[in-house]
Design a protein around this ligand. Structure first.
Ligand SMILES: [Zn+2]
Ligand SMILES: [Zn+2]
Length: 84
């Protein structure tokens, strides 16, 4: 993975948050995950599309954030529970 560098002072950015879900309240079906980086020098915050925090669901093969359950399996589990 290439190092993220502050465009202003060219210091290496530090990770603040990985795989942060953006717009989850409004856009449930179309969630975007971002990695949030901060410059230790000027406190500038940079957002990048999350690249390293995705895991592949062993059940259905869906890619999702490691921080949350697989949305497809969660949905299927919910349907199973409703049918019982
Ligand atoms: Zn900076
Ligand atoms: Zn799944």
């Amino acid at each position: 993975m290439a190092e993220k560098v502050c465009p202003v002072c060219h210091k290496a950015l530090t990770v603040k948050e990985k795989g942060y879900p953006m717009g989850s309240a409004l856009l449930k079906a179309d969630r975007v995950h971002v990695d949030i980086y901060e410059c230790p020098e000027c406190k500038r915050v940079e957002l990048f599309a999350a690249e390293s925090d995705l895991v592949k669901c062993p059940k259905c093969g869906n890619l999702h954030s490691a921080k949350e359950l697989c949305p497809i399996c969660a949905l299927n589990n919910g349907l199973d529970a409703a049918n019982r």
